[in-house]
Write a protein that binds this ligand. Structure first.
Ligand SMILES: Nc1ncnc2c1ncn2[C@@H]1O[C@H](COP(=O)(O)OP(=O)(O)OP(=O)(O)O)[C@@H](O)[C@H]1O
Ligand SMILES: [Mg+2]
Length: 281
């Protein structure tokens, strides 16, 4: 089982969209995927229709019990794709966590539950774009951190400073038995301006200088309306835009490339066919 946490110290960069689309593509490739909505604003929980619209439990139970039980898991309308929904509208979970000495490790511990280990090949955690104990717990639960970064000058600076702070804060946790996974940055929502290309090149250079703490992936996710349209339709973007004319690659192609870079053993695996929504068998 491989665990990814999609994280950024900046809000609105595309974390939820990326988590949902990666999750659905992996599920269509045949992996059993569990998404975890670790944002108190439940955007991922609403991204795809659920088989049972009112889940009996979710993230609160996972964090408070330190265990993922079957009741905490909801199935989406897509085969192989399940979710632990965010159910903390008051935002009290981060406060609860703050008082716990094991706050950094609670989610990591919960993901060791037999329900998760026996039933899933991949866990994908979405986080809130703000520093806090829930974000830290999500970061420490992952094998690999995935961080979308928009190639705009202010976002790029914020990314560099914020990411370094995050790594500096959490890397010492390794001493307590939880190794912080490597971070893979994805240049995300790149438009076709020269400015965006120059900044993207600058981001790559900056991170080469940081000697391997962060790797910038080759795949670039373009700014394209397909991602928004698919979200509106509550459909995975690789299903929504399979082919496309023009210079921008299709969402189908981009999401495959990104998935292969994140999980190299899947390279060459294509989602061949899919038809509408499918209930979990
Ligand atoms: N590749 C893309 N091209 C264009 N628009 C995109 C793309 N990916 C996501 N978006 C849009 O960008 C907006 C922000 O995306 P999203 O909600 O995924 O960000 P987020 O990082 O999860 O935000 P938050 O920090 O609030 O949780 C949404 O309106 C989404 O539809
Ligand atoms: Mg989000």
């Amino acid at each position: 089982m491989i665990k990814f946490t999609v994280i950024s110290t900046k809000g609105g960069v595309g974390k939820t969209t990326l988590t949902a689309n990666l999750g659905a593509l992996l599920a269509d490739m045949g992996l059993r995927v569990l998404m975890i909505d670790a944002d108190v604003q439940p955007s991922l929980s609403k991204f795809y229709p659920l088989s049972q619209p009112k889940p009996s439990a979710g993230l609160t139970e996972v964090i408070v019990r330190g265990e993922v039980t079957a009741e905490c898991i909801s199935s989406t309308m897509y085969r192989n794709l399940d979710i632990v929904v965010s159910d903390d509208p008051e935002g009290s979970l981060p406060h609860w966590l703050l008082n716990r000495i094991d706050r950094g490790f609670r989610l990591r511990m919960a993901l060791n539950s037999p329900t998760v280990i026996d039933s899933y090949d991949c866990v994908l955690i979405d986080t809130q774009g703000a520093v806090g104990p829930l974000q830290d717990a999500a970061a420490l639960a992952a094998d690999i951190l995935v961080s979308p970064i928009t190639p705009e000058i202010l976002s790029a600076r914020e990314f560099k400073d914020g990411t370094m702070e995050l790594l500096d804060r959490l890397e010492p946790s390794s001493a307590l038995g939880a190794t912080l996974g490597p971070m893979k940055a994805v240049i995300y929502r790149q438009d076709r301006t020269t400015d965006a290309r120059v900044i993207a090149a600058g981001i790559r250079e900056d991170f080469i200088k940081l000697k391997g703490r962060v790797t910038v992936l080759e795949t670039v996710v373009p700014h394209a309306k397909a991602y928004k349209e698919a979200a509106t339709l509550r459909t995975p973007v690789h299903r929504h835009e399979r082919k496309r004319d023009g210079a921008t690659p299709s969402a189908y192609a981009v999401m495959h490339q990104l998935t292969w870079e994140l999980i190299p053993s899947l390279e060459g695996t294509f989602v061949e066919s899919f038809s509408g929504r499918e209930r979990v068998a």
